[in-house]
Unconditional design. Structure first.
Length: 181
């Protein structure tokens, strides 16, 4: 029976060593997790700060830029929002429509949606837009496109006359989605 107790003690020792090794590993992983969380929080704060700064800058367009053609206002809007697709995540990705602003300031996927709606003979639904912008007609893609359509409505780029039916915004004087502001 002595050998059985010796075997149990050996196994207990091995299990204890494994537990201690795992505890050390857990402490290391916990430390890395804490550092990763801190980095994530810094990035979130930086993104929110940049979004606030850009939001405050948007209404401060240069004076004397009321004409719609190739004006300094157009250059300001394009330069302000040109990199938004790659740099800003969230609200400012789709700016609020302002007079003289063309779809060129929108990220490419939103610009494609505005073009499809503008080219349609009448109101369109999200499920009609999805294949026209090159996406598979899956429920997820339709819902994602519907969310983008709603965002475009909320920002003044499109109108929703009836639930789920989208048209170009009527208050715009320039309905050409490709025109430069």
């Amino acid at each position: 029976m002595g050998s059985l107790f010796e075997e149990l003690e050996a196994r207990e020792g091995a299990a204890r060593a494994r537990v201690e090794a795992l505890e050390v590993e857990l402490a290391e992983v916990s430390g890395r997790l804490g550092a990763a969380r801190a980095g994530l929080e810094r990035l979130r704060i930086a993104r929110e700060t940049v979004a606030e700064v850009l939001a405050e800058m948007a209404p401060q367009m240069p004076a004397g830029t009321a004409d719609i053609g190739e004006s300094p206002a157009a250059e300001w809007v394009v330069s302000t929002y040109a990199g938004a697709e790659r740099q800003v995540i969230g609200v400012l990705t789709v700016p609020h429509w302002q007079p003289g602003m063309g779809a060129v300031v929108l990220p490419s996927d939103y610009r494609d949606i505005v073009e499809v709606v503008a080219d349609a003979p009448g109101p369109v639904r999200a499920k009609q837009i999805v294949p026209r912008i090159g996406l598979p007609a899956s429920a997820a893609k339709i819902e994602g496109t519907r969310a983008k359509l709603k965002r475009l409505v909320g920002r003044g780029w499109l109108d929703e006359d009836a639930p789920g039916l989208f048209t170009p915004a009527r208050r715009r004087t320039d309905t050409s989605p490709n025109s430069r502001p």
